[in-house]
Design a protein around this ligand. Structure first.
Ligand code: NAP
Length: 262
């Protein structure tokens, strides 16, 4: 009697996560949550000084790839995706963009005094880089793949202290919609989580961040701040098939703070 061939086990999902600086990074929480779901996660960090922090974290999730990539450097981007081919295979199911940058001067001075160069740099690192990642990923993103970035309320409202990062996040959110429209016909989804304030290295650079935390905890409908784990859970939802009809969206994970008027 002929027996049917055993079904091929499904290929484990693969992810490439950009923006892990340390164990407080939102990117790290997302990477760890994905790994817990059985996803093979490659990690990328920006500054070579961070390697000693990122490698031990990567070891805890058996990350098949840990690589440095300055997202403003086209050659570094090409090298990173070539390394991902070797480590993760030809498909990227999940691409996470969790990074941003503005100079200290442009975050501390009056908004109107933002330098031309500083404005360009903030938008390049924090918004254009999403397009650059998707461009370099190319056909590695196929039907069912999902892209996620991290935004903040400063994209939509004036948040004192957020300065040039406001326009940078507004551009980022417009890029989410533009990419979702372009990649949708290929079955690729693109979304953002707009997170409430969470203590991280990047957040420490925002003037008045402590006041921001206090204000959110006091006024948000849930009357508390969000945790990095909660941001990661929402990210994992958007990156999963449970969100298979969701694209081009900005999901606020902020205890409801964004709905408030007076
Ligand atoms: P984080 O741990 O400091 O992560 C920021 C990352 O951006 C770092 O890994 C940093 O790497 C990377 N980066 C900056 N310039 C880069 C470049 N040229 N090339 C590659 N990587 C670069 O802080 P985080 O709070 O988790 O930030 C992650 C994302 O969440 C950001 O987009 C942030 O705006 C967003 N977000 C954060 C909050 C919050 O309250 N924490 C709220 C809403 C949204 P290097 O330092 O090595 O350059």
């Amino acid at each position: 009697m002929e027996t049917a061939p055993a079904p091929t086990p499904p290929r484990p999902r693969t992810a490439l996560v950009f923006g892990v600086a340390n164990d407080h990074s939102l990117a790290w929480y997302i990477a760890r949550a994905l790994a817990a779901e059985g996803v093979r996660v490659g990690l990328s960090y920006g500054d070579e000084r961070l390697e000693r922090r990122v490698r031990p974290l990567a070891a805890t999730i058996d990350a098949p790839l840990v690589t440095r990539c300055d997202v403003t450097d086209e050659a570094a981007l090409a090298e990173t995706f070539a390394a991902a081919d070797a480590a993760l295979g030809p498909h990227i199911d999940i691409l996470v963009h969790s990074l941003a940058f503005a100079t200290r001067e442009d975050l501390t001075g009056p908004f109107s005094q933002t330098s031309r160069a500083g404005f360009g740099l903030a938008l390049d690192v924090s918004a254009y880089s999403l397009l650059a990642l998707v461009r370099h990923a190319g056909a590695r993103l196929g039907p069912g793949s999902s892209v996620l970035t991290l935004s903040y309320l400063g994209a939509e409202r004036v948040v004192s202290g957020y300065k040039v990062m406001g326009p940078a996040k507004a551009a980022l959110e417009a890029c989410v919609r533009g990419l979702a429209e372009e990649l949708g016909p290929r079955g690729v989804r693109v979304n953002a989580v707009s997170a409430g304030p969470v203590r991280t290295l990047a957040a420490a650079g925002i003037p008045g961040f402590r006041t921001l935390l206090e204000c959110h905890a006091e006024r948000a409908p849930l009357r508390r701040n969000v945790t990095a784990e909660e941001v990661a859970s929402a990210a994992c939802f958007l990156l999963s098939d449970k969100a298979s009809a969701v694209t081009g969206q900005i999901l606020h994970v902020d205890g409801g703070y964004n709905i408030l008027g007076v």
